[in-house]
Write a protein that binds this ligand. Sequence first.
Ligand SMILES: *Cc1c(COP(=O)(O)O)cnc(C)c1O
Length: 365
Amino acid sequence: MQIKYLDLQAQYKTIKEDIDTEIHKILDSSAYVLGKSVADFESNYAQYCQTSHCTGVNNGTNALLLALKALDVGPGDEVITAANTFIATISAIVQSGARPVLVDVDPISRNIDPLLLNMAISNKTKVIIPVHLFGRVADMDLIMKIADEHNIKVLEDSCQSHGAKYKGKRAGSFGHAAAFSFYPGKNLGAYGEAGAIVTNDATLDAEVKKLRDHGSAKKYYHDIIGYNARMEGFQGAVLGVKLKHLDRWNAERRRVAKIYNSLLKNVTKPEIHPDYQQVFHLYVIETDKRDALMNHLKDEHGIVSLIHYPIPTHLQKALDYLGYKKGDFPVTEQLADQILSLPIYPEMPDEHVAFVAEKINEFYL
Ligand SMILES: *Cc1c(COP(=O)(O)O)cnc(C)c1O
């Protein structure tokens, strides 16, 4: 048996007819960039996220960057985020001209630790970017409280948390703006690169829409120098079809996570907490025999697992200039040594989940 880490083909087969129809509409209309498919998706996705505005862009990193720019972030500013994140969160901060200030995470939630966040705030802090990692919303009650006390804006990195909720509210609806990635493997994935910014602030939304299209709100009138960060019509079409299935797919991910949680022994499993309706973009266990377990699963049983992420952001060569060193963020560093992401996708059969759990349990016998 071969157990894939994820299976995008399995999902395409279930929606092929609708996808093919919508793709052909784009071909027939030649609306390749922005256009109706993108505008329709934007209004549906804003509503889905419990926000009033959405702007479709060409990837999640640029969604973060444009939101930072629209929040007036630039040289001289500091932006705080979690050390335990994908490098893209930090790339966007660096590209905005600001200085990234990293904060360690809580070992249970694996998300930014609000107490440490509080201590990292300076008079240069302009924005906080909580990352809703692995499909679990960060501790937004406390984070918003701290941010409001200091008059700091909050940009949610929701790139791994489409549809996740915290106390009944959707990821993306807490902060001043939120960035999403629709990279193919995300919970809501395009068939190529795509991303979006959601917000309740009409002025911010107008600014983001300008920034994605060379700084123009009216064709050939350029108020500012912007970017070319527009979403493609094909991606709008695909995302429009897939959005209708997202809640069901997320429920299927929770099914897989629950089976793992009930069967696995001898490893640290993700906490399932009633306040957090997680969407398990990743299902991540922790074990001090991580590398041996990973090799065993692959070599003996054909099970593909991955590490998100093996080298913590603050120890990446590109961020040497920030002056961080080993030991600065002990929780993030321990996670990097011990985490393993197990196969998870909505169409994953129960038997495959049970097989993976069984082989992991056998490894510890
Ligand atoms: C995927 C991801 C991004 C970047 O999205 P792209 O579409 O790949 O640019 C940013 N932050 C996090 C946490 C992500 O997982």
